[in-house]
Design a protein around this ligand. Structure first.
Ligand SMILES: Cc1ncc(COP(=O)(O)O)c(C=O)c1O
Length: 394
């Protein structure tokens, strides 16, 4: 009888794939570690609302647990949530059917499965930067090559170099990733820009991944950011990724969704099966309560964050060396500090010396170097305390 043994040769490296080894580790995490053990830190580094999930949403979740909804469920989400989301999106943007919706395990997972659906190794994709690190790394995990188009900063506002972006949207480009309102800059794309981008992408068959996480945290008159869903049609190569995290104060619940053209839904269901299989039912029940009854939550949050934004920006503008544009959406102020060449070091020093936790601009790509991100989802008292610490440090 033969016995086969598999011997690992001594020179075989025990290592992850090259694409994974090349990923950038989270600089915000590195910073957090630098502050560990230090008492009395004021944390504004993470993008999280400052209030817990409202009671009526929690009750929908706990009620479902109590009722024993604790088993696997549909890959694409329970029908009631898909229908509620279709009605919500149809009200806000354009007519969408429930069979165009896939429920996912939060926004980051929505962006990952959507990318798995369409991005091959070696594909060329374009991103508008600075950008939330997770979204920068997702196409790289899949082996795509990423071209970036940097937003331009001035104190009057961040600006999209539209011609430059259109130039990058050329044949053989697989996809554009567009996050608006944008984390970290607070920049929001205009409807006219969206139309121009869509037209170019239609011409060359380029997919657009719209990361709409902050669409409801927009401080313009309309109360909702300009959206690709609004300007596009059902059969366009447009995928919208969204999340319950920010609009309904549900970061820890890990619930999100995708809107896709109908022909992609079945394949998306397969991918969800092999990633997470489904989002937990009781979390989806909480999601239904949020979508159906959550408008007052959104209105109140937008009102509070807008006030916090105005307060923080006016305080920052009093500081010498600080340059900041008014963010039109999100919960972040992304400001430049003159003379800062290494924002990670600057942020580590801030934590150690005055206990102020901000996120280094370099965490959002090299284009963010010299900048610092401040999450203003906090009380005026805390923001004021933070500004005093920054002033002392500067
Ligand atoms: C731009 C952007 N998109 C998507 C998300 C996804 O959030 P989550 O995974 O909590 O749904 C975030 C979270 O910070 C974000 O900043």
């Amino acid at each position: 009888m033969f016995i086969y043994t598999f011997v690992l040769k001594a020179d075989t490296p025990l290592a992850a794939r090259a694409a994974v080894r090349a990923l950038t580790a989270s600089k915000i995490r590195e910073l957090y570690n630098a502050g560990l053990g230090k008492p009395n830190i004021l944390p504004f580094w993470v993008g999280e609302p400052d209030e817990p999930t409202p009671d009526f949403i929690r009750k929908a979740g706990t009620g479902s647990i109590a009722a024993g909804e604790l088993f696997y469920t549909h890959n694409l989400g329970i029908p009631e949530l898909r229908e509620a989301l279709a009605a919500y999106i149809s009200r806000l943007h354009r007519k969408v059917e429930a069979d165009q919706i896939a429920v996912t395990s939060a926004g980051v997972n929505a962006l990952m499965v959507a990318s798995q659906l369409l991005v091959d190794p070696g594909d060329r994709v374009v991103q508008v930067v600075p950008l939330w690190p997770n979204l920068q790394e997702i196409p790289k995990i899949l082996g795509a090559s990423v071209e970036t188009v940097p937003l331009q900063f001035s104190e009057d506002g961040w600006k999209l170099p539209l011609e430059k972006l259109l130039h990058e949207l050329k044949p053989k480009t697989r996809a554009l990733y567009l996050n608006s309102p944008n984390n970290p800059t607070g920049w929001t794309v205009s409807e006219a820009e969206l139309k121009a981008i869509l037209e170019r992408c239609r011409k060359h068959g380029i997919w657009i991944f719209a990361d709409d996480a902050y669409e409801r945290l927009y401080y313009g008159e309309e109360g909702i950011a300009p959206s690709l869903l609004k300007v596009s049609e059902t059969e366009d190569r447009v995928i919208s990724a969204n999340t319950f995290s920010k609009s309904w104060l549900m970061t820890g619940w890990r619930l999100g969704w995708l809107v896709v053209p109908p022909g992609l839904t079945a394949d998306l269901g397969k991918l969800i099966e092999y990633n997470t299989s489904c989002a937990p039912v009781f979390v989806q029940r909480a999601g239904i309560a949020a979508v159906k009854e959550g408008e007052p939550v959104i209105a109140r949050t937008r009102y509070r964050f807008r006030k916090a934004r105005d307060f923080l920006v006016s305080e920052l503008r009093e500081l010498p060396k600080v340059e900041v544009a008014v963010p039109t959406g999100t919960m972040y102020a992304f400001f430049r500090v003159q003379g800062v060449k290494d924002s990670l070091k600057f942020c580590k020093d801030l934590v150690r010396e005055v206990g102020l936790g901000l996120a280094p601009g370099s965490a959002f790509g090299p284009e963010g170097e010299g900048f610092v991100r401040w999450c203003f989802a906090a009380s005026e008292e805390k923001l004021g305390d933070g500004v005093t610490r920054l002033k002392r440090f500067l």
